[in-house]
Every structure is written in structure tokens, then in C-alpha cells.
Write a protein that binds this ligand. Sequence first.
Ligand SMILES: [Zn+2]
Ligand SMILES: [Zn+2]
Length: 405
Amino acid sequence: MREWIRSEAEDLLPKLVEWRRDFHRHPELGFQEARTAGVVAAHLQELGLEVSSGVGKTGVIAMVEPDQVPADSETVLLRFDMDALPIHEETGLPYASETAGVMHACGHDGHTAIGMGVAQLLSEHRNELPGRVKLVFQPAEEGLGGALAMIRDGALDEPQPAAAYGLHLWSRLPYNQVVVQPGPLWAAADMFAVTVHGKGGHGATPHDTIDATLAASQLVVALQSIVARNTNPTDTAVVTVGSFNSGTAANVISERAELQGTIRSFDTEVRDLLLRRIDEICQGVCQAFGASYEFELRNCVPPTVNSEAGARLMEGVAREVVGAQNVAQIPPMMVGEDMAEFLDRAPGCFVLVGAAHPEKGFYSPHHSPTFDFEESVMPTGVALLAEVAFSHLSEGGQAETEAGI
Ligand SMILES: [Zn+2]
Ligand SMILES: [Zn+2]
């Protein structure tokens, strides 16, 4: 490992904390990260980098490259997400959100700060880089498709990255532990919405109506049979109906019911089975009740899968950065993450960095109103990604070839 990366990343801690707290005070929802993107772009420009703003609406991209780019060198993509969540913060922290109902409750403020740190480190040493690094600051990770929006806007175009790397701070993992493993880490996530159309009427004359509430209720129960009775028990799958809205008054039979849910899976066959069975059950149940329905599938994220070569390279880097005793593997989680879109197109590795500190009270789950993480872990994130970029550009091509064999 390059020792200067370790020491310069540590030296950046006060800056990282300042940047992170500023983002934390001013959280912005997906595709609305105008202020955040502005702060990021200004920092990147100050570093003398070539910056593109407005990529995928509010995304920012910067290239770090040496004066003389070696002819056959590769490009590595490093990705950082920037969006907050529609949650009202209840931490009582001095740097708590100043925007009611919006909070950085997933740690993306930390990711953005880490990205600014990586940019600083790499740009100050850009002439030592054996290739190019594309820094991608992504909007709208939280189920809104920010990664795809950036890709559609050309984030992967010239120079095309050979590999992508990224990280997620994780408040439920021990401080400074790095989880790195090949294969699936996080699940494919699909959101679905079903609108059941019945025939409304008086609550006292049910025979003149088609009760959308009743049909939709049967549908919720029947959907639960998919995981219980259709998927192989050794496969992993989730079908959750998270929201159910129907009816307007106690004495009115509802004309329309709306269900929203999510399905999670790790492989395409299981996902196809879930989608097929949901459709069959919607058809069958609605027909049985004389109702009709509309089905909508959206915000699909493929599983987050690390390549063999990417995970191997990152594991070596992690051992150097945090010590072998702090490198771990965990069972895959059903969380979805749209870094998957980049990894699908530029195989690499996504790692989790443990940021829990229970003694200080930092143990709330992600997406909770009391979420926070231990900020002093941020230099680990900077060192991991700066070092993996250098390592990949120095050796990565070879690692890919080995994996290919
Ligand atoms: Zn999240
Ligand atoms: Zn997240």
C-alpha cells in the first residue's frame, strides 16, 4: 500500500468531518441535490479538475488524470451517492438537519465527503496515476434510479471505465470493519404497484357492488403464498406489500384499492418466478371477485454483484488499510443499491465499511430518524478507494485476465 495514501487520508479527517456535517445540515432528496452538487463541483474545480455537472439531472463527474496519460491505460470509476431521505431527523445532534422532514439517514453525506477527500488526494498526486480515474457523484440512489439516469446521460461514455468501485458506510457493522466478498452482496429490488378496480356503492347494498377492498385484501394474503409455496426453500426471496390504500368512508364500498410493495431476490430465475406468480395471482384473484387491475413495476435495481477480480483486488487493499483482522464477509443482505447498475457494466467491487460506535450511541439502523455514524471512520473510506484506484490501474488488467482464466 502507498503509505502516503494512509497518512494523507488520516490528515483529511477534520475536513471530512466539516464537509460531512455541512451536507448533513443541508440534506436534499433525490434529483434535488442542487446545493450538494454545487459544493462538490466547486471543490473539484478548485482542485483543478475537469468537471461535468447536471449529469443525470444533479450528478457531477470529474476526471483525474496525469499530464501524460499512458497510451493503453485503463479508466477506473469511483462512485459516491449524495441523496437524503424523506425522514424527520430526531438525533438532536448539533449538526442535525435544518430541513424539516429531510434527513441524511443512510450516510450518503459521509459518502459525498469521502468522495471529496478521494478527489483531493488523487488530484494532488495525479501525475503518479498510471491511468485515469472517473469520479462519479450520483444523485437519487434511494429508489429513484439516479445511477441509470447518469448512465443514460453518458456517465460511462468516453473514457469508458474498465472497473467500478464504491462503498457504503454501515452503522450496524463494527467500527472500521470492511466487508468485501465476491458474488452477490445486496439484492435485486423491484417496487410494484397494483390498482384494483371494483364497483363502488352503498355499504348497505353490497350485492350491487364489487368491493375493491375485499379483493385487494385477498390479494395481499395470496401474494404471501409465493415465497411460502412457489420459491425453492433454499433460494432467497422477499415479497412485501408495504402500503394498502382503499376506501373513503365507513359506509361506502370502495371502488379502488391501491397496493404497493417490493420484491427482493438474488438471481434472475427467482426474480422471474416472483414476477410471474404476482401477475398470475393478480389475474386469478381479481377475476374471482369480478374486479380488474393494473400492474406497474418500477425502480428496478439488479443485484449488487462483485466480480471475482474486483473483490480480490479490494480485499488485498482492505487488508492493508484496516488489517486482516478487520476484513470480513457476511451473508448477503436483501437491501437494494443502484451501484449495481455501474457494476453490471463495469465489473468491480462495492464494500461496506463498519461505522458503528455503540458506546457513543451510534447503533441506529439506516433509514431511522436517529441514524448517525462514527465520523472518524471516513479516512478508511478515502484510503480504500484511493488505493484501489491506484492498485487497479497498476495491476487491475492482470487481475481481470486471471479471473477470466
Ligand atoms: Zn439507504
Ligand atoms: Zn444508502
